[in-house]
Every structure is written in C-alpha cells, then in structure tokens.
Design a protein around this ligand. Structure first.
Ligand code: HEM
Length: 398
C-alpha cells in the first residue's frame, strides 16, 4: 500500500530534489518496498539509527552501494564496509589506530599548510573552485599522509575517484569511464600493496596492516588487500569536497551566518556539523537481510535488501525541531551522516578536522565571496548529490 507515492532513486524528479518525497515516505510509508529491486527504503531517523547496528538479521557482505545492491552492475569487492564480524571487528580494530583523534590532530599542520597555500593562490586571482581545487587537494593530501602514499599521487587518485562517481546523466547509473577508473585505482593499489609486501616496514599504517592482516590463519591475497586499501582512498577523498561546497554555498545563502563565523571561529565545528546534517551528499547505503525479522510491524524476508535514506533521516521532524531550517547553532545531539554502529565512518574525525581547518582558512580570507552558478556543476545521481564543481569569486588582493 504505497498510497500513490512513487519513489525510485533513479527517477529524474528524485534526483532533482528528493526532499518532498522523502517527507511523504517518512509520514506515510517509513518502510517503503521497491518491488523492482526487492528493497526496503528506510526513511525515518530512528529506524535508520537502529537498523544500522543490526548485525543479527542484516549483512554488509552483499554490498552497501546502489550499484551493488540495486542494479548489481558492480561486483562486491572486499572493503571494511562490505565485511561482517568477526572479520570486520578484527580488521577495524587493527586499522583503527591511524584514524584516532590523536593521530588526526597531528595532521592539522599538513591541512593548514594546504589551505594557506590554496588561499594565497586564490587571493591573487579572485577565483577558486571549492571542489575541484580546494576540497579535493585538501582531502587527497590528508589521505596520502594517513595511508602513507606519496603526496604527489593525490591529484591522480582524486581524478579516478571523481570519474567513478560521475554517473550517466540520463540513466543516473555507472559509466564505462567510471568503471575504467575504478580498475585503474585498483591496479595502483595492487602495485602499492606488492611493494609493501616486498619491503615490509613493520609499521601500523593501513598499508602495512593490510599487507600482513590474517583472518582464520589466512593472509589476504594482493587483490583483496588492495581492494580494502582502495576503499580507504575512495572514502577519504570522495565526500568531503562536496560537503565543503555545501558549506560555502550555505554561508553564501545566509550571509549573517558567514559573518558570525568570521567573528567567532569557535562556532565553525557546530556549523560544519549542521552542513553535514542538512546537506548529506550520500543519499543512501544499505544492507541485505540474512535472517527474516519484523520491524515496526513490517516483515523483512531473507534475500531482500534495505537502503538507509540518510538525508531523509537527517530531516526527520520526529528527531529534529524545524528540520528544514538551516541553523549553525542547532547542535543536534546526533546525526546519521557518518552512519552509526559497528560500521560508523572510520574517517569522521578526519572529515571534521578538514572541515574546520578549511573554513577557518577560507571564511576570513575571502570576505564576501559569490558563487558562480553559471559554471557550477551539480551532481544529481541516485547515490550522490551535491556539487562536482563550485567556482566562487571574491575581491583579489594583489
Ligand atoms: C564528510 C565526509 C564523510 C562522510 C559524510 C562519510 C560517510 C560515511 C558513512 C555514512 C559511513 C557508514 C556506512 C555504513 O554504515 O554502511 C562511512 C563509513 C566509512 N567511511 Fe566515511 N565518510 C566521510 C569521510 C571519510 C573519510 C575522510 C574516510 C577515510 C579517510 C572515510 C572512510 C570510511 C570507511 C573506511 C568506512 C567503512 C567503515 C566500516 O564499515 O567499518 N570516510 N562513511
């Protein structure tokens, strides 16, 4: 009984603006069955929160991305996000040390240097692309430091990841170039992995950990370990630049917030969290049912899948007062933008650090910048929404 609601993540209308339909789903059919994909769309905050931690009935091992769960045009390769316990708990515990707040703090200097250099260059011209130049370079440089890769490789890695996420504008699905890029990234990771296996450093950086990690007495093959490693590169470079673009867009839309942040930069972390809530680019990740169960009076059968509609959950009026209001002082006690439970984003401290340092550098230096919408590129895919390019202009200081 869908009472006339039509929801398909690939529909042009949904890709243009999903929020009106998300609201109806939350109000009328919080667990909506997509017959075509044998998939339940979960739209309310509490349901996304609770089901994200359910490892008794749900598995990640059949994939979590739309191209794996829905269209099945991408095979499920092993990543931290596509393995279950005990392998997941064991690998995550081993790799975790590189992502702890203490380690992330040590990278602030690197992040600040990238930001300062980019801002200085931009001030000379009066122009900056928040995504293609600033956000991508910042996240790629930081990820290279976290993963122990040469910083010079950052731009190439970003290029592959961006091609992978640029979907067909007509169908919204994967493109041949996108699939080629992911293969190129994979080959790069296999090469790095083999190098490390030939010259083990004995360190606890992710590449060393993956090259030596064992499960059930078996070591990962080069390809398996490389697949895990590639996913860390994707996670580390893909989403952050889009969030930074949303932040700069919102602060252009609401100049009083921009001024408040310039006057009091201690408000920046809360403001970035509100951008994360309001403009989560990833529309969903999902799970598959392995053991049948009932949730909110609905029976979910083995073999069916679930997708967690993060931007819908983040605007659920049952969780957030006036959810469609953007307010940098909201300080929401919890959001789903980094997931929750055992698979909660391992890179969340990195993302928040990058957001804070980028905004601390950009907002005071650029003054009253303007967004150039004629050249901005908006991505409208079933998976990711946001800006693939966001040029801004401001007064040059020569
Ligand atoms: C603003 C930027 C980011 C956002 C919005 C984001 C979002 C997410 C979400 C929603 C999940 C949960 C998936 C699930 O429950 O199935 C996740 C997992 C993950 N993220 Fe992030 N992420 C961001 C940045 C990063 C960074 C910087 C890294 C690495 C350097 C990273 C690496 C990962 C990994 C490896 C996982 C899988 C964790 C697991 O399954 O145990 N992410 N991320």
């Amino acid at each position: 009984m869908t009472q006339g609601i039509q929801y398909d993540p690939f529909d042009a209308e949904i890709r243009e603006n999903p929020h009106p339909v998300y609201r109806r789903l939350r109000d009328e059919v919080p667990l909506y069955f997509l017959e075509k994909y044998q998939t339940w769309a979960v739209s309310r905050f509490a349901d996304v929160w609770d089901l994200s931690s359910d490892q008794e009935h749900l598995t990640n091992a059949k994939g979590t991305a739309p191209a794996q769960l829905l269209t099945q045009d991408l095979e499920v390769s092993p990543t931290l996000n596509t393995i279950d316990p005990p392998e997941h708990s064991s690998l995550r515990a081993t790799i975790r040390s590189s992502f702890l707040p203490r380690k992330v703090k040590a990278l602030e200097g690197v992040a600040r240097d990238v930001c300062r250099e980019q801002v200085d260059q931009a001030l000379a011209t009066g122009h900056l692309d928040v995504v293609r130049d600033f956000g991508s370079l910042l996240s790629a440089t930081v990820v290279c430091h976290v993963l122990g890769l040469p910083v010079e490789d950052g731009p190439l890695l970003t290029q592959w990841v961006q091609a992978f996420f640029t979907h067909d504008p007509d169908t919204g699905g994967m493109t041949p170039e996108g699939l080629e890029s992911i293969n190129a990234l994979n080959d790069y990771c296999v090469d790095r992995l083999r190098e490390r296996r030939q010259q083990p450093g004995g360190g606890n950086d992710p590449l060393s950990v993956l090259s030596e990690f064992q499960i059930g007495g078996r070591r990962y093959s080069d390809e398996e370990a490389a697949s895990h490693f590639g996913n860390l590169i994707v996670g580390g470079t893909e989403t952050f630049p889009k969030l930074l673009a949303s932040a700069m867009l919102r602060f252009a839309e609401y100049p009083h917030f921009r001024e408040q942040l310039r006057d009091d930069p201690t408000l920046i972390p809360d403001a970035f969290d509100e951008v994360l809530r309001y403009d989560m680019p990833t529309q969903f990740l999902g799970r598959s049912v392995v053991r049948g169960f009932e949730h909110q009076g609905v029976r979910l059968e083995p073999g069916q899948k679930l997708i967690f509609l993060y931007p819908s959950a983040n605007r659920d009026e049952r969780e957030f007062p006036d959810p469609d209001v953007f307010d940098i002082r909201r300080r929401a006690p919890r959001i789903v933008s980094f997931g929750t439970g055992q698979h909660q984003c391992i890179g969340r401290h990195i993302a928040r650090m990058e957001g804070r340092i980028a905004l601390e550098a950009l907002l005071p230096a650029l003054g009253d910048y303007e967004v150039d919408f004629t050249r901005a590129v908006r991505l409208k895919t079933e998976f990711v929404q946001g800006y693939g390019s966001l040029p801004i202009s401001f007064e040059a200081r020569r």
